[in-house]
Design a protein around this ligand. Sequence first.
Ligand code: ZN
Length: 256
Amino acid sequence: MELIAIPAFEDNYIWMLQHDGRAVVVDPGDAAPVIHILRSRSLVLDSILVTHHHADHVGGVPELLDLYHPHVHGPALENLAFAHQPYFGGETLSVLGQATQVMSVPGHTAGHLAYMLTPQDQTPILFCGDTLFSGGCGRLFEGTPAQMMDSLDQLAALDGRTRVCCAHEYTLGNLRFALAVEPGNTQLQSHYQHCQQQRQQGLSTLPSSIALERQINPFLRTRVPEVIHAAHLHQPHVTQPADVLGVLREWKNRFK
Ligand SMILES: [Zn+2]
């Protein structure tokens, strides 16, 4: 099974998996770059996975449906303008013959899903939409800090080798913020340098891994004393992980 990152818009990635000429795409906000890859590689679009309802994640679905008639899987708790198999989280579905776990990860949106596959003889793959980014997390448009904390805790508990396929190339900005939170985190410092080099060469910083995110992502580190201390500079006395996350998220919203 081959994992392909298709750049779209300014900084989105539409993730594709292909095996034996059949492909699945995740969050095709734009049909054109997907059609281009399908045609240039002679692939058939078998299915579409949708994590949440935002336009930059679903905008290309109707055109792809018209052209290829794929199976579409998406959140039950969100309004989507096309027919799809609805999921709440906790289900298992088959994608290109691979068992795929559906996870409920609300916070960015109310019904946000993540999809987790473990292809044979390969490390697991997580499609997490706008819930988890490398070095950061999604904005809380429809959920509470407590919901996002629960969602991120679920993701952080996955196998450390899991390849984390985020929907945006936000890594450098996120790592600059992470360094403001934890200036003494040496793994974070060296990962920031690595990602700067990647971007200078026009390369993606993704996929990340769960093990790496546990070391560098402040939103997965809300129980670490240095992170709690940094949150106290903005709001004294917060102790609960969800409250620390809420303070970090607000701080990040204003961070330049
Ligand atoms: Zn979104």
